[in-house]
Structures are given as structure tokens and as C-alpha cells.
Ligand binder design. Sequence first.
Ligand code: MEV
Length: 344
Amino acid sequence: MMTVSAPGKIHISGEHSVVYGKPALLAAVDKRIRVTITPLNDNTIKYKDINSGKQTVSHFAEIQQRTLETKSVFAKASSDRRFGVFRQSEKNPWTLHKIAIGETYQFLNRKPKSGFSLSLYSEIPIGSGMGSSAATSAAIIGAIFCLEQETWDLQTINKIVYEAEKRVHGLPSGADNTTIVHGGLLRFPSKTVTPPGTIPPFILIQSGKPIETTGEMVANVRAKYNEKKETFKALFSQTEAITEQIIKAFETSAFENFYSLIQENQRLLEKMGVVSERAKRIIRRVESIGGAAKICGAGGKKKGSGIILAFHPQIKMLEQALKKEQIPYFCSSLTNKGLIREDI
Ligand code: MEV
């Protein structure tokens, strides 16, 4: 029995525009998913999700078949640049797990030595902008590397996680998986940022789980970009300029303009059409009491937009306001721990 864990991430700046080659700043956080793998005497693959209590069983042949199917769907979608096809696959609770397993064995170019069971427990809110899918894939792939006694090489594992991410999201930038696998604060692409001093205090507010998946939100922005290329190119370039200034602030610990930069980043995300009315209301409320906030990740338009990353010079004051208005939030901090083997 072996346990592997992976962190969630926050997007400090640059989500969506990063899909179009612009930079982003992300950080791994101390909410993790843990996957325990146990070899079995038969050839079944068993899954248990501790959070939901759900479990299922499959066979490797079915996983192989599914992996080949999703690969060909992906190849077709890539050539047509129509990534809307990924909407449904992401909603089946076990698709991601099976894709992660299938992609790993395809990469290793062999079948599992024996059956195995996977037990998953996650502190990362699912589908809410904190990289739950990349973290789940990373932890499953890492667990298989342990089971199969493969060399623990994070760059190799990250490549497989990125393949799995493409099968479920269509056209991800690779920023989520890279941050989650390596940990720390990352300018994507691709350098580690080490702030010389403390960073502005933040909390994470729940604006509600988005109805839309990440794949869907990325596809929605792509459709709007295709319709209004010049407008969206300008939005991405403005986001790039803000992201570079935010990165500079973290590199030098000079945060004088930081709040207005976060606010501008948020307004640009609103113009991209990825923020719901509910999330906007919460963000305006944070601003009205002297803070700055933005959605974090793909967002959501119809109902919730997932996690809101909220900065405030006096976090206690922000917490009091949120409590009074019964808006759920939680505290978190950055971590350098990416994908790790827990028992080593
Ligand atoms: C999702 O967490 C972040 C997006 O920028 C998509 C991506 O980078 O692949 C919306």
C-alpha cells in the first residue's frame, strides 16, 4: 500500500489568456488530494472516492478501449478545433481516473502487473478553479509510478498529467498541471518565483460550484475569440501587461499597486464573459471594504464561478463581513510541496 498526494492551485493572474500563449502566475496551496494504491490478487481495478462514498470496478481492457477512444476524439477535435465535445466526458465521475490510468500505461508501454485499488480523499473543492482534475490525475499517475516501481521523475509525470488534462479539457495551457506537480509559485511558462518578503494575505471564498466544466469555459472563450478576434486579442494583451506587473510585485515584494492590478485582472475576466453575477456581487463587496478579489481559474457564467481569491490588508475584517453575510470561505496558504510520495 502506498500513498501519493498532490496540491490544489490558485491562479493569481492570467487564466484564460494563458491558453493563448500569454503568461500566468499560479501557486500551489495547502489543500491536497491523497491517493492510496494497493495491489490486488485479481486483475480488477477498484476505485473508492472517500468524499462521496462512491465506488466502482473496471478492467484494464475497458480502460485501454476508453483511452484509445478519447485519443481519437481528441485528435479529431484538434484538427477541427472544436473542443465542445469534451463537455460530457468531464461530467462522468470516473472518466478522469480511467484516462489517467490509461495514459500512464500507454506511456509505459505495458499492462499493469496486477489489479489494484485506488482510494481517493480530497480537500480540494471539485470543479471550482483549484485544479482538482490535474491534482487527481497527478496523484493517480504518481501512485501507479510507485506501484510499478518506475523512476520518480516529476517532468515525466507532468507530461502524462498534461496528456490526461487534454483528454478531459480539450485545450489546456499546461499551467495547472505544471504548478500542481512541481509546487511553489510559478510564472507559466516557466520559472519559479521566490518572493523575498511576505505576500499579501488572502482567503478563498466559495461563489458556488460552476455548472460549466473547465473544458466548457475554455471552449466558450474560444468561440467568442473566433467571433471577435481583435477585441479578445486586446483583452489577452491587457491581461498579459497586468500579469507581468503582478509577477514583478511578487519578485520584488513591492505590492503598492497590487490591489488595483488584481481588480483590473478581474474586470478583464468579466469582459471575457467568465464571471457570474453572483461572483461579481461578492467581488464588489470585497472591494467596498478595501480589498481586491478575482475569480480563480476557468470561472463560470451561469451560477457560481468557483473559488474567489480575495486579498485584504486586514483579513479578520474581511472574514467578519463574509460571516455576517453568510458567504462561505476558507483559509489557505502557499506550499512548495508539489506531487509527493507520502510514505518516503
Ligand atoms: C483553468 O484552471 C485555467 C484556464 O486558464 C485553462 C488553462 O490554463 O488550461 C482557464
